[in-house]
Design a binder for this molecule. Structure first.
Ligand code: ZN
Length: 167
C-alpha cells in the first residue's frame, strides 16, 4: 500500500480523562505515514482509518513515550545546574543550550543536591486519542524522500516549509 499524507484533529487524554493536548482551534496536524512524525502507536493504528472517520485510539506507554526508567533519575550538585535562582519541585529545564538537549524535571531537593528525572513527562502513561481524519492523499516522491509531509492533505505536496531542516 502506498504511504499517505494524513491530516487529522485530535484530543489527547491521560488515563484519568484529563485533556493533555488538543488540536482544536489549530489547523489539523499533517504527517507522512511511517515516518516517525507522530508517535508510533498512533501512526500504526490510523493506517486503516478512512477520511471522515472519528475514532478513539488507545496507545500503551511502550508505543507512545516509553515506560518510565528509574535509572533516569539522577542526583546532581545544585551548583552544576545551568539554572539561576530558586529551584522548585516540578520545574523543568533543558540540560544544554541546544534545542535538542534533553529536558529534565526537578523531583527533589536535598541540601545542596537536586534529584533530576530525565524521563519524558508522559513516560509510563497510556494515551487515549480521540481522532478525526480530515484528509488523506498519496505522498509525493519528494515527501517520501524527505520523510515528512509538505503541507496538509488538502494541498498537493508543494515544497518544504520554513524550518523543515531537510535542505
Ligand atoms: Zn521536506
Amino acid at each position: 500500500m502506498n504511504r499517505r499524507i494524513v491530516s487529522f484533529h485530535y484530543t489527547l487524554r491521560d488515563p484519568e480523562g484529563r485533556v493533555l493536548d488538543s488540536s482544536a482551534g489549530d489547523p489539523p496536524v499533517a504527517y507522512l505515514e511511517g515516518a516517525g512524525q507522530i508517535i508510533d502507536g498512533l501512526d500504526e493504528q490510523l493506517r486503516t482509518v478512512a477520511v471522515g472517520v472519528k475514532t478513539r485510539v488507545q496507545v500503551p506507554a511502550a508505543r507512545a513515550y516509553g515506560e518510565r526508567d528509574p535509572e533516569q533519575v539522577q542526583r546532581v550538585k545544585r551548583t552544576l545546574l545551568p539554572v539561576e535562582g530558586e529551584l522548585q519541585i516540578g520545574e523543568t529545564f533543558r540540560t544544554g543550550e541546544d534545542r535538542q538537549a534533553p529536558v529534565v524535571t526537578v523531583v527533589g531537593i536535598e541540601g545542596d543536591e537536586v534529584l533530576l528525572d530525565g524521563n519524558h513527562p508522559l513516560a509510563g502513561v497510556e494515551l487515549t486519542f480521540d481522532v478525526e481524519i480530515v484528509g488523506a492523499r498519496e505522498a509525493t516522491a519528494e515527501e517520501l524522500s524527505h520523510g515528512h509531509a509538505h503541507g496538509g492533505a488538502g494541498g498537493g505536496g508543494g515544497s518544504c516549509g520554513e524550518g523543515c531542516g531537510c535542505h
